[in-house]
Structures are given as C-alpha cells and as structure tokens.
Design a protein around this ligand. Structure first.
Ligand code: C5P
Length: 317
C-alpha cells in the first residue's frame, strides 16, 4: 500500500483499515450517541480509490468488490464528495472508482476510511486549502470514525471518537480473523445490556514517549483493557464468540497474552472482525497457519501514520 499516485486516470489513494486496540463506553450524550475512550491505529490493509475531476459538477461511481449492493445515495464516498462540493461551493465534480477489499460490518472502519480518503483527495484535486480540522469536522457529520482518518495519526480518542490525541504505538503485526457475516453498528449500541458506564481512564496512563521498556508497558496496559462492545456482539452473533475462541487458541504469544490478559484476542470496533497483535510477522503467520481451516484471515502491519499523512499532504491540507 503506497501513498497517493497521480496518473492520467486521476489520483489513486489508499483507504486503510483501523483497529480499536481497546474501546470503553463511558457514557451517553443527550442525542443518544455514546461517549467512548478508544485507541485507534491504522493497518496496511486498504481499499483503493481512483478519483478524477469533472468540470461539469457531476459525480459518477464505479464500485468494485462490494459484498452487498450499496445504493449510490447511501455510499459514504458519494455522500462525502457531495457534502464537500456543497460546503466548498465549488462547481467541480468527480469520477470515483472504489476498489473494496475491507469487509463491511467488520469494525475496521472501511466505509469511514473511504469517506476520509475521498475528502482528502477531492480537497487536493479541487485546490481547497482548508485547515485539516475543518475537513475532519465535515467528516464527523458522515460518521464518528471519519475524523481519525482525516487527521491521519494513531490516536487516543474521546467524545464519540472525534477528540483526538496522537500517540505512537510500538510496532506490531496483526492477525485478523473475519467471521462470515458483519455486525451492524447501531444494533450493538442500542442493546440494553451494553455497559455504558466504564470509568474514564486518564490518557496519561497510556505508556508513551521515551519510556524504558515501552513495548512491555504498552502490552500490559492494553491487556488490562477491553472492548465493551464485545460481550454484546458475542451474544448477538455467535460467530464472533467462535472466531474469538479460535484466535485466542493460537495467540498466547500475542500482546494481550504476554501482557497478562485473559484472552490473546479482541474484537475491533463493533465487530465482527477479531484480532491479535504480535511483535513479528513470523509470529503472526505461524498463528495464522494454526487457525481452523476455512476461517478467513489476514496478516497486516500496524501503522502509526495514515499513508496520506506525508509531507506532501500535510502542506496542502
Ligand atoms: O458514526 P457511525 O455512523 O459509525 O455510527 C453508526 C451508529 O452507531 C449511530 O447511528 C449510533 O446509533 C451508534 N453510535 C453510537 N455512539 C458512537 C458511535 C456510533 O451510539 N460513538
């Protein structure tokens, strides 16, 4: 997965997945949205978008690899493009080709990441020169996970996921296992049994920056946390329980296992994907080979920076 590439067809940009290394629900806003504390990191598993400018103000979409039909009007990519056009007051439009590799309903933020990469690419192609915060605020209207992709650094997140503090997580490889069906996010958040009052942690409790034994400290910290959405997803979707158990079986060498956690594996976001983190690619691949046959899995590298967060993009956004 590279950064942006320009060609005669337009600009090609990746839209990487995220993982929530932990996720606590600490409260609920008056509008029903949940207050969270979570740690977002990116991985090098990505959708890909190719976007070119249209002078006539219209939009077109070519959608490849979608597991389910998504109407153009509901597609977060097209909603992002139209919203940016309206807010910017531009007369330009775009042709957008989406190649989907990330699962839908996986908890990997695929739709949000596609929307964020669309905003970043169109912002550049249309020459808008907005501050990054303005683009992230617009992205928040599309979904709570969009701002972290716009800001482009792994982050400790609060609020509904939009109050972001960049953090560096030690390098890792993730083994991801994807149950055959996805989990709809609203179904998890509206469940009456969801824990909604986890005590808030202090961000300073996350071990970072120049500490000796940083990797061990981060593993220990993360192993002691959890994903509050996981018990609900396990109850509503038995495949999540089954895939977690299978991944846990092969993940005692994983970060959560080494850190003393009760399980080596954890769910990302509202599921259904589950993951385990390893120090090396070899450990992740060895664990992958020991999974029951027929389980869909990927090995991916952890990234502290979104691939579009480089110099070139930073000066333009
Ligand atoms: O923001 P996103 O579109 O991903 O959220 C989907 C649904 O999940 C929301 O409509 C809301 O019901 C629920 N949600 C929530 N609290 C959050 C994020 C999502 O209640 N922080």
């Amino acid at each position: 997965m590279g950064a942006a590439q320009l060609s005669a067809q337009g600009i090609t940009v990746p839209a990487p997945a995220k993982l929530n290394l932990f996720l606590h629900v600490t409260g609920r806003r008056a509008d029903g949205y949940h207050l969270l504390q979570t740690l977002f990191v990116f991985i090098d598993l990505a959708d890909q978008l190719t976007i070119s400018v249209r002078a006539d103000g219209q939009f077109s979409r070519i959608a490849l690899g979608y597991a389910d039909e998504v109407a153009e009007a509901d597609d977060l990519v097209m909603r992002a493009a139209r919203m940016l056009q309206q807010e910017a007051g531009t007369t330009l439009g775009a042709n957008i080709r989406i190649e989907k590799r990330l699962p839908m309903g996986g908890g990997l933020g695929g739709g949000s990441s596609d929307a964020a990469s669309t905003l970043l690419a169109l912002h550049r192609l249309w020459g808008l020169h907005w501050p990054r915060d303005r683009l992230a605020t617009l992205g928040l209207r599309l979904g709570a996970d969009v701002p972290v992709f716009v800001h482009g650094h792994s982050a400790w997140a609060e609020g509904v996921g939009e109050i972001l503090q960049p953090v560096d997580v030690e390098s890792f490889f993730a083994l991801l296992v994807m149950p055959p069906r996805g989990v709809p996010t609203p179904m998890i958040f509206r469940d009456p049994e969801l824990t909604r009052n986890s005590p808030a942690l202090k961000m300073a409790s996350f071990p970072a920056g120049g500490l000796r034994g940083l990797a061990a400290a981060q593993k220990q910290f993360l192993a002691a946390q959890r994903n509050d959405l996981q018990p609900v997803a396990c109850r509503l979707v038995p495949e999540v329980t089954e895939h977690l158990a299978a991944l846990d079986q092969v993940s005692r060498e994983s970060w959560f296992g080494q850190g003393g956690g009760i399980s080596g594996a954890r769910m990302s976001g509202s599921g259904a994907c589950v993951f385990a983190l390893f120090d090396t690619e070899e450990q992740a691949r060895t664990a992958q080979q020991a999974l029951p046959s027929g389980m869909k899995s990927f090995v991916a590298r952890g990234l502290n920076q979104h691939p579009l967060h480089g110099e070139e993009w930073a000066t333009r956004v």
